[in-house]
Design a protein around this ligand. Structure first.
Ligand SMILES: [Zn+2]
Ligand SMILES: [Zn+2]
Length: 97
C-alpha cells in the first residue's frame, strides 16, 4: 500500500512510529480482523480507520489515536482498501456515498 504524497512526512515522523509501535504492542502483534474470526495471523499494517486527509493530518486525535488504528495482515488490509474503493466510486470514478 503506497502512502499518499501529502502524508509522506507524517509517516516518517517519530510520533507516528511511536504510535504504530504502541498499537502493535496493544494488539499483541496479531491481525485484529483475523483474530475475531479465530485466526492467529501476524499483523503487518497499522491502518487508519478514519482515513488521513490533508485536512485532518495535523489532528493527533485522528492520526495518532490508538482507537483510530487497527493492526491488520496484508490480505485484510488490501481487502479493506478495495472495499473502500468499490464503495466510494462508480465506473466513472464519481463518489457514490
Ligand atoms: Zn487479517
Ligand atoms: Zn490502510
Amino acid at each position: 500500500m503506497k502512502h499518499p504524497q501529502f502524508a509522506q512526512a507524517f509517516y516518517n515522523s517519530t510520533a507516528w512510529k511511536h504510535a504504530r509501535a504502541l498499537k502493535k504492542k496493544q494488539a499483541g502483534g496479531l491481525c485484529e480482523r483475523c483474530l475475531v474470526r479465530g485466526l492467529i495471523v501476524p499483523g503487518v499494517h497499522v491502518h487508519h480507520k478514519i482515513r488521513l486527509t490533508p485536512e485532518n493530518l495535523n489532528d493527533p486525535s485522528v492520526t495518532l489515536n490508538l482507537d483510530n488504528l487497527e493492526l491488520l495482515c496484508e490480505p485484510c488490509h488490501q481487502q479493506e482498501h478495495q472495499r473502500e474503493t468499490q464503495m466510494r466510486t462508480d465506473a466513472a470514478g464519481r463518489v457514490i456515498w
